[in-house]
Design a protein around this ligand. Structure first.
Ligand code: PLP
Length: 428
């Protein structure tokens, strides 16, 4: 396959957009080479500007759970657009999608719509701080909650338990309020509670991590965090921007049977349009403006096109109870296929999988947190990524991203993918 036009377009883009992209992972920096410029997509396939057809395993990083250009979503957006695209006034559609989401997700009474997952997580933390009147939060190294300042924090040095900025532009003052713990390490979290009693407003977590590959919570981990939160009057925030409406109709809360105090959403919820949301029980949500004093707003929040797309998407997911099982079955099929090829060649690897999220790590050790995820062999990953791309398979261009399968993928597509690995496995 050739990527001539992509290459030319990337050069033009680099002249006017930093790095040529509007979100860093798209630039292929981790794997090298030229990002693929897409022209259109339908179902499981991407069609790029060079006329290549690719089988897509990122699904726009999650939202396209039913495949690209899913007709009910496209039709909803088209017919809504004729009525006007934004008003800055309430519409009935916002109440309809709110009712639907609350019906699908356990343990929430009210939901506020925003424009991205970043906004949702940022607002959820402000709400938690407003409710508890505390300032510190705990996040887990390797979990991603968007790019707002409080989350761009890495482990501090030496004996300090608070973090340091992971990006220039984030202040030390902000970093002081974000405490870090390794994923799946309950003891580290208990220690933080001992060290900062009555100071921790919230724990925020990806209940199944999807931003350091796919990492599932160890048995008892989330339960343990839930009881630490209860003992310390700390709020438990599930960042379900990725897992919401993907792992089950009611997200990870439903799949894992654990209650969160505040839940954030994005990705699937918007059906491919820019939507995020955060939700909780009445007693928490009542603190939010205009009902309460915690401020949060948005000119385009609840945008009618986005709400129409989201409503069509959630309706489809609610009406077909078999979708999530079917997706999990396809993902298991892929898992088994990839494993058998890699085992035959004796390539050290670990595959992690939960529902329709799966990641392949080139290591012979278990991958259960950020530290174990970064131990994977990058050269193997890059060879694998580019080898598969040449065969027409579009995988996440980073070893620290999960694949997100969509329901349009057929068994033939999965077989084609496994066959592609057979062709390139000796080059890994
Ligand atoms: C994608 C993602 C976000 C950020 O959402 P954006 O819409 O990119 O701002 C936050 N949390 C998780 C778990 C995500 O996967």
């Amino acid at each position: 396959m050739q990527y001539k036009r992509s290459s030319t377009l990337f050069k033009s883009a680099q002249a006017v957009i930093p790095g040529g992209v509007n979100s860093p992972v798209r630039a292929f920096k981790a794997v090298g080479g030229t990002p693929v410029f897409v022209e259109r997509a339908k179902g499981a396939y991407l069609y790029d500007v060079d006329g290549n057809k690719l089988i897509d395993y990122i699904s726009s990083w999650g939202p396209m759970i039913l495949g690209h250009a899913y007709d009910p979503v496209i039709n909803a957006v088209k017919s809504r657009a004729d009525l006007g695209t934004s008003f800055g006034m309430p519409t009935a559609l916002e109440t309809q999608i709110a009712e639907l989401a609350i019906d699908m997700v356990p343990n929430i009474d009210k939901i506020r719509f925003v424009n991205s997952g970043t906004e949702a997580c940022m607002s959820a933390v402000r709400l938690a701080r407003g409710v508890t009147k505390r300032e510190k939060i705990i996040k887990f190294t390797g979990c991603y909650h968007g790019h707002s300042d409080a989350f761009l924090i890495q482990a501090g040095s030496g004996a300090v338990t608070f973090g340091s900025p992971s990006s220039p532009g984030v202040t030390k003052g902000t970093a002081k309020d974000t405490l870090l713990a390794p994923y799946n390490n309950l003891e580290a979290v208990a220690k933080l509670f001992n060290e900062y009693p009555e100071e921790i407003a919230a724990i925020i977590i990806e209940p199944v991590a999807g931003n350091m590959g796919c990492i599932s919570p160890a048995y008892g981990f989330l339960e343990g965090l839930r009881s630490l939160c209860d003992q310390n009057n700390t709020l438990f925030i599930f960042d379900e921007v990725m897992t919401g409406f993907r792992l089950a109709k009611g997200g990870a809360q439903e799949l894992l049977g654990i209650k969160a105090d505040i839940v954030t959403f994005g990705k699937v919820l918007g059906g491919g349009l820019p939507v995020g949301a955060f939700a909780a029980k009445n007693e928490i949500m009542s603190h939010l403006a205009p009902e309460g004093p915690v401020y949060q707003a948005g000119t385009l929040s609840g945008n009618p096109l986005a709400m129409a797309a989201g409503f069509a998407m959630l309706t489809a997911l609610k009406e077909d109870a078999t979708i999530f099982d079917r997706l999990a079955t396809k993902t298991k099929y892929l898992h088994e296929g990839l494993t058998s090829v890699l085992e035959k060649e004796n390539i050290p690897h670990k595959i992690n999988r939960v529902g329709s999220m799966i990641s392949l790590h080139f290591t012979d050790k278990e991958v259960f947190d950020f530290e174990t995820a970064v131990k994977g062999n990058n050269q193997h990953f890059n060879n694998y990524f580019h080898g598969m791309l040449k065969e027409g398979i579009y995988l996440p261009p980073s070893a620290f991203e999960s694949y997100f399968l969509n329901d349009a993928l057929s068994i033939e597509d999965l077989d084609f993918t496994i066959e592609a690995l057979k062709k390139i496995v000796h080059k890994i």
